[in-house]
Design a binder for this molecule. Sequence first.
Ligand code: ADP
Ligand code: ASP
Ligand code: MG
Length: 476
Amino acid sequence: MGLVVMKFGGTSVEDPAAIGRTASIVAGRVAAGKRPVVIVSAMSKVTDQLLRAAGAAAQGDRTGALAIASRLRSRHRDTAFALVKDAAALANWIEQKFDSLDEILRGLAAILELTPRISDLIVSYGEQISSRMIAAAFRERGIDAAHVDAREIIVTDSQYQKAIPIDSAIDKRSADKLPPLIRESKVPVMGGFIGANESGITTTLGRGGSDFTAALVGSAMGAEVIEIWTDVDGIMTCDPRVCADALRVKVVSFEEAAELAYFGAKVLHPATILPAVKKNIPVLVLNSRNAACEGTRIISLPPRCKSPFKSIAVKKKLSIIDVVASRMLMTHGYLKQIFDIFDKHMCPVDMVSTSEVSVSLTVDSNEKLPAIAADLSRLADVKYEGRKALVCLVGDDIRGKSGMAAQLFAAIRHINVRMISQGASEINMSFMIEEDDADEAVRSLHAAFFQDPDPDIFDVEARKQLTQSEQLTAGS
Ligand code: ADP
Ligand code: ASP
Ligand code: MG
């Protein structure tokens, strides 16, 4: 039935102008005979600010917390009035929401303890409010939008701040709630990122989780495509904020996109791809500021790429833990004991490297490290160091291409490499360096590997146009 899930991130709904662009994009899909289900994030930076307000309140800074909430209140109220002519009812609802947020913040400032459950409740206000406001803005622009509370559809377990969705319950709730609206030609609009456990208590899917919501709903509804609308032209050969030369990747495989997302390409939430893979639903990454651009298509079987790599991702704020056994302990069961400790602390490990007596691991959890190190120190000597970055190059069949590692490390020979990993997957090569060296490493690698990109896979036209206009400017 032409069902399309369209997810708009924070920058695509950051102010009235952005929400207006978003509405035009959705209206365009409706006019083309598609049936959109729209997922929206909180307005940009709102999640960060809500977390700051919660943190301040829990530290006893009641005034600071309420001041942040008051700025958010004005921003949402002003946006509502700018978007909707007769905004009295919407504005009233927004005021009530912020009144109840203020109540929670005052309570927190009194009890001085922020639990993950309360944190989720507080951050959920961002998507709760944006989604209702955007649905109203859509109606004002002639789209028959119906707001749906995401917490009635996205059923999760109770791991607050990183809740795991329960697919069977989501399938059932989606099937109950969405098709009746779609049959009446309505456009459901719901917040991303937030859900609720089976008792109805608010949870969240982890930072950047609106992409995940889109994939869950797309998969539950058997959508023909999931569109992730953001502020760049698609998945690029590296973060365009780090290297202005970044090229749009026209097409990647699900595996490559998952690897890039997991290893830090913020453009997609790591778990987004899974529900789509299961149902073989293509995912498109598109730019809401440049809707004419065809974006990146994530599909199961993209054409072969003649260039060695498709993209470079970076994950920062990592730590390396060295576990060094004083005796020769590399015996049967030793690694298991180490991993059991990480498991107990529910701390995922990104990279592992072993020698006869030592094991080095990298993790992205800083708060849990002291407790993990204390447990590990019962097995061996433990050292840990923060401020590391993992750089990961993704491309099809890296293993099958010889000389790749030599070229890679030649390109960054001026940078000190702490750990290397290749072979865990055929499509990724990664290494660990100091965080301060990460941007330079990306630029050097980009210059080395994206000189002569495969035009079937990369948007080389954009680079040509850029070079031509640079030459024109230089000549004028
Ligand atoms: P949204 O609010 O739409 O979810 P995000 O900020 O989460 O947007 O993700 C988009 C940002 O991801 C881009 O602005 C870009 O700076 C960053 N990014 C990092 N790596 C990449 C990459 N390889 N390709 C595209 N964008 C990237
Ligand atoms: N608003 C949430 C965040 O900033 C979720 C999202 O935007 O995807 O993490
Ligand atoms: Mg995002």
